[in-house]
Design a protein around this ligand. Structure first.
Ligand SMILES: [Fe+2]
Length: 303
């Protein structure tokens, strides 16, 4: 791609100021280390008091972010999940709902909450993509989940820069007896999935969160979930974000073809859908990719 950038520069003596600025910025941008915070993100982490969360993610592979949204927003999210789960077919009808971005305004609003975006960017970088937005409803007697690492479709050792971050948003809060996520703290440092034996004997701890808070973990940390042994429901939105160069799980690119949706979407949401990136921008007659988007992507990828 550097050759294409150079060629574009040579072929366009009247190159726009924007291209010239982007090229200069791309040349001068060095890559941040894992969990190093960019100058752009620093004031947000300060203002939202998220430094402890960033440190916990880096050192333990998970954290709990408090006061992400008012309780009423989680009530609305719960209602939306239960309604959308009725639209699922087969065994998971009433128990799960998938492809949730663009299907209810509250899901899109939750996806771009300031604390969520700031923590996600600290972990998977600028230009991150919305990956999977899926919900689950666990009732009394609901089973637990085996220990695994979320980015287990990447070859190990996993990249030093985390590629996948998952926000577990329990609409009612989450307790051990209620079927909470269970984590092996520090296991992210191994940067590989557990072996079958490790999976069997993993020493996990429950991650309990109050309503309005979310549990967050990186793509390398080993985690599962406990069974639910009490009445009621655990209604969770699992919102996953990925580093820009990795392929998202859900394909939301169809939303970018919907003019009304795009007109009403925030720039943060459009960014999560990949609108700012250069992937897929070449056409049969364009002679190459969108160079402005390519240069922007090259800059975002380093931060
Ligand atoms: Fe998981």
């Amino acid at each position: 791609m550097a050759e294409q950038a150079q060629a574009a520069e040579q072929q366009q003596p009247n190159m726009t100021e924007l291209m010239a600025d982007l090229m200069a910025e791309a040349r001068g941008t060095t890559c941040l280390k894992p969990y190093e915070i960019s100058a752009e993100l620093r004031p947000k982490i300060d203002a939202l008091a998220l430094w402890d969360n960033v440190a916990e993610l880096r050192d333990h592979g998970y954290t709990v972010v408090h006061d992400v949204a008012p309780p009423e927003m989680f009530d609305e999210l719960r209602e939306a999940i239960h309604r959308l789960a009725q639209e699922s077919e087969g065994d998971l009808k009433g128990l799960a709902a998938s492809m949730l971005l663009g299907r209810h305004p509250v899901v899109d609003a939750v996806a771009t909450l300031p604390k969520i975006l700031a923590v996600a960017e600290a972990s998977v970088g600028q230009g991150m993509r919305a990956s999977q937005f899926v919900a689950s409803i666990k009732r009394e007697g609901g089973a637990g989940l085996d220990v695994h690492a979320d980015q287990n479709w990447l070859p190990a050792p996993f990249p030093a820069h985390n590629c996948v971050i998952t926000f577990c948003m329990p609409c009612e809060g989450m307790t051990d007896a209620g079927g909470a996520t269970r984590i092996v703290p520090g296991s992210q440092a191994l940067r590989r999935p557990p072996t079958p034996e490790e999976l069997e004997h993993a020493k996990t701890i429950p991650v309990e969160v109050e309503k309005g808070a979310v549990a967050v973990w990186d793509g390398s940390v080993w985690h599962g979930a406990g069974p639910r042994t009490i009445p009621g429901t655990r209604t969770v939105l699992h919102a996953t974000y990925q580093r820009l160069y990795t392929q998202p799980i859900d394909d939301y690119t169809y939303l970018l073809q919907d003019e009304t949706y795009v007109q009403n979407a925030s720039k943060e949401l459009l960014g999560l859908l990949g609108a700012d990136l250069f992937y897929g921008t070449a056409t049969a007659t364009s002679g190459g990719v969108d160079m402005v988007k390519f240069l922007k992507s090259a800059i975002l990828a380093k931060k």
